[in-house]
Design a binder for this molecule. Structure first.
Ligand SMILES: Cc1cc2nc3c(=O)[nH]c(=O)nc-3n(C[C@H](O)[C@H](O)[C@H](O)COP(=O)(O)OP(=O)(O)OC[C@H]3O[C@@H](n4cnc5c(N)ncnc54)[C@H](O)[C@@H]3O)c2cc1C
Length: 493
């Protein structure tokens, strides 16, 4: 007899032995039957869960953390009610973003960042870069205008998804050039500091990356935002977590399995999926039987992907992705507090105006003074993003923060405080592991139809994919990707 969940799904056909085995194997655990199971409750997964509910589907959302939101990181200093965001900062006003915020009853504010006094230093030596000269604002604006006009030529190939991205020789030469060459070709060096400071550091040494990779993190929308031609917002509460907490309420807390990971799975074309999950805190096991699986995590890392038993086709595509690991941190140290300044990290070669010179991975972007003084000056925190290689671990990130700080004190960029104070360990006040970021492939792979092969995976083995490996790296772009993808997924037989 067919397992009851297959009957529930209205499937009457030969049951693959692997699916039958998976159901039998987990018969003692709690079982949930659902239309769609989603793995990953960040921008892609949480939004898709919300939209599936809107469309009358039952959903189970599996998230490894204790909240939804992924790269959203909000911190409220103890004893205060003044929050700050140290992960996702703002939301570009794109497609249905404003309507979604209204629906979630989230008040917004303009995304103004207070820029503290800043020093420039090479964190590999701790030495000041005194003669760094930022571009004049008119020159920076003109270069940004030019960058925007090029981005707009290619915009519909890149957002909200890659359906219109060409293959082979039809791919515009600009997109497959090293960004450093692209900048020289178009004479837009004066736009580079803004691109780098906004998002470019996240991809590592942006001059060496493909222009497409840069445009996926700073494309037409960002350029329009910088020029004041496209809106954006932050939460009025300065707590972007409010957005995802509100989504969780609308999805229904009973539909979300927090602190939970998939231990094993069976996925078969036309027969749905069975996932065995385990709550990482309580050890409770739950079996989820679903018609469809929506994967909303980056499909990289052998260990992370093992429970999903990728087949040869999936493995051969995902193994082509290159990426970095990123940590968002808030740190505190007496020398940072006494310095009362932000310090940006650049190689000495950036001076006076070689804007394509940026640090080598691994590095941290800066110690950025936060304007949140609630709790007093002594509790002031500094934001740093650490960009590491694939095998970089948290201990490496912590060591990089400490050694960078030590060198800045040694060189007198930051003051020594009272005796012995400078030897104090840097305090990591808040930390968020953003995991594999900015997944990307080579120009040859793109010419060879990588995106087409990637998108052809949609529906393969009853599995669909969303998130930053399948779209540009912005919240509202990924939400818009879902607006196309979710109906396609529901229409799939
Ligand atoms: C520091 C930083 C700042 C950013 N700032 C902005 C910004 O200001 N504006 C903007 O629009 N975009 C910003 N982005 C980019 C944006 O946040 C990402 O593009 C977006 O979050 C990607 O969405 P996603 O769903 O693919 O992944 P994520 O949002 O990262 O969500 C993935 C989720 O899956 C969970 N997960 C992972 N593995 C598993 C597993 N095995 N089982 C269960 N759950 C799992 C994770 O915990 C996470 O919740 C920023 C990114 C970073 C790193």
């Amino acid at each position: 007899m067919a397992p009851s969940w297959l009957i529930f799904l209205g499937i009457v056909a030969v049951i693959p032995t692997s699916i039958a085995a998976a159901s039998a194997e987990t018969s003692s655990s709690k079982t949930i039957k659902t239309d769609v199971v989603i793995v990953g409750g960040g921008a892609g997964g949480a939004h898709a869960a919300l939209r599936l509910k809107d469309m009358g589907k039952s959903v189970v959302l599996i998230e490894q953390d204790s909240t939804l939101g992924g790269n959203v990181d909000s911190y409220t200093p103890p004893g205060t009610d003044k929050s700050m965001d140290f992960g996702v900062f703002s939301f570009i006003d794109y497609a249905g973003a404003t309507a979604l915020f209204d629906r979630l009853n989230i008040s917004t504010a303009p995304p103004a960042r207070v820029r503290a006094p800043t020093k420039y230093a090479d964190f590999t030596t701790g030495a000041l870069i005194p003669d760094y000269a930022a571009p004049a604002s008119a020159a920076a604006r003109a270069a940004m205008e030019k960058y925007l006009s090029i981005c707009e030529e290619y915009e519909d190939m890149i957002i909200p998804g890659y359906w219109n991205f060409p293959t082979g020789g039809a791919i515009p030469e600009d997109l497959l050039m090293r960004f450093g060459d692209f900048v020289k070709k178009h004479g837009i060096a004066d736009a580079v500091p803004q691109i780098y400071a906004a998002t470019g550091f996240g991809i590592g040494r942006q001059a060496d990356e493909l222009t497409l990779t840069v445009m996926q993190t700073f494309g037409a929308q960002m350029a329009r935002s910088m020029l004041g031609r496209q809106g954006g917002f932050i939460t009025a509460s300065h707590r972007n977590q409010d957005v995802y907490d509100a989504m969780a309420r609308e999805i229904g807390e009973q539909a979300i399995l927090y602190e939970t990971k998939v231990m094993r799975s069976t996925r078969a074309a036309g027969f749905g999926v069975v996932l065995t999950t385990e709550n990482q805190r309580t050890g409770e096991e739950t079996t989820i039987q679903a018609t469809k699986l929506l994967m909303a995590i980056r499909p990289v890392g052998e260990e992370a992907m093992r429970p999903f038993s990728l087949d040869a086709r999936e493995t051969s595509l995902f193994s082509k992705f290159d990426y970095h690991r990123v940590w968002a941190t808030l740190v505190r140290h007496p020398s940072l507090t006494a310095g009362n300044t932000s310090v940006d990290n650049f190689p000495a070669a950036v001076a006076p105006s070689n804007y394509l010179e940026t640090p080598q991975v691994p590095f941290l972007d800066k110690f950025e003074l936060q304007d949140n003084t609630a709790g007093g000056l002594e509790s002031r925190v500094f934001r740093s993003l650490v960009i590491g290689t694939k095998d970089f671990e948290y201990a490496d990130a912590k060591e990089l923060l400490q050694s960078s700080l030590d060198r800045l004190i040694e060189q007198g960029i930051l003051p020594r405080t009272s005796a012995g104070k400078e030897a104090e360990q840097i305090e990591v006040v808040a930390l968020s592991d953003h995991g594999p970021m900015h997944v990307r492939v080579s120009a040859d792979e793109l010419r060879d139809g990588f995106f087409q092969k990637l998108y052809a995976l949609q529906g393969h083995r009853s599995t669909w994919w969303t998130g930053a490996a399948f779209a540009s790296h912005f919240q509202t772009i990924i939400w818009e990707l879902n607006e196309v993808l979710v109906p396609q997924m529901l229409g799939d037989k």
